[in-house]
Design a protein around this ligand. Structure first.
Ligand SMILES: [Zn+2]
Ligand SMILES: [Zn+2]
Length: 109
C-alpha cells in the first residue's frame, strides 16, 4: 500500500484515495455536515459567515467549494477570493476574468 503524508496534519498514513489521512477525512466530514446544515437554513450566507457559524477555517470551506463538494449553485454569496485579483469567485483558482486573461496570454499569436 502506498504511504503518504497527510497534507493537513502531516501524519504518515496508508494512502487510500485522498491526500489527507483517515482521521482528517472524518473531521472534514463532520465539518461538511455542519456547513451543509447551516447553508440549508442560510441560502445566501457568505464564506465568512459560514466559517464563523461552523467554526471551520475559511480556507477549508474554500477548498470544499473548489473540490466541488459544496455546490454553490444555490448559494450566490458563497465565494472565495481569486488567487490573482482577490475578487470573489466560485470555481477554480481564479475568477472568470483572470482565467480568461491567463488563457489568452498563453494562446499562440
Ligand atoms: Zn491528517
Ligand atoms: Zn481574478
Amino acid at each position: 500500500m502506498p504511504i503518504a503524508t497527510c497534507k493537513r496534519c502531516g501524519r504518515i498514513f496508508n494512502r487510500v484515495r485522498r491526500d489527507i489521512c483517515p482521521a482528517c477525512i472524518i473531521e472534514e466530514d463532520g465539518w461538511f455536515m455542519s456547513i451543509k446544515t447551516y447553508l440549508h437554513n442560510q441560502n445566501d450566507a457568505s464564506l465568512e459567515e459560514v466559517a464563523e457559524a461552523t467554526g471551520v477555517q475559511p480556507e477549508y470551506v474554500a477548498d470544499m467549494i473548489r473540490d466541488g463538494r459544496l455546490l454553490v449553485r444555490d448559494h450566490p454569496n458563497l465565494a472565495y477570493p481569486c488567487e490573482r485579483c482577490k475578487k470573489p469567485t466560485q470555481s477554480g483558482r481564479y475568477c472568470a476574468s483572470c482565467s480568461k486573461e491567463i488563457a489568452s496570454r498563453h494562446k499562440p499569436k
